[in-house]
Ligand binder design. Structure first.
Ligand code: ZN
Length: 106
């Protein structure tokens, strides 16, 4: 379980870094539009992709923080919905999950 916590903390730091990078990228883009039309349309697409990636990193970060909180409370290996222990292989594959396979399928 200590391993899973370490793994989640590493994941958390990585996600924060990723999130900051997307944010910095977007802020940099707010300069003057001095490029040709083709370039601009490519950048609009990039912005949408960055936006989606940033949202994804944020969602994942929330999930990781939530899982860490449950581990710290001593209930990290139990399903949040039904209270049954979560399968170890599932935790290994998805360290930030807080529900068992049955509940995740609902
Ligand atoms: Zn469950």
């Amino acid at each position: 379980m200590a391993d899973r916590k370490q793994e989640l903390e590493g994941l958390r730091d990585e996600l924060i870094e990723r999130f900051d990078r997307y944010k910095a990228h977007k802020e940099q883009r707010n300069g003057p539009l001095d490029k040709d039309v083709e370039d601009q349309s490519i950048e609009v697409v990039n912005d949408e992709v960055i936006e989606a990636l940033q949202q994804e990193a944020e969602d994942e970060l929330c999930q990781v923080m939530h899982a860490l909180k449950r581990i710290e409370a001593g209930e990290g290996d139990d399903c949040e919905r039904c209270g049954e222990p979560i399968d170890g292989r599932r935790l290994a594959a998805l360290p930030y999950t807080t529900v068992c396979r049955d509940c995740a399928d609902l």
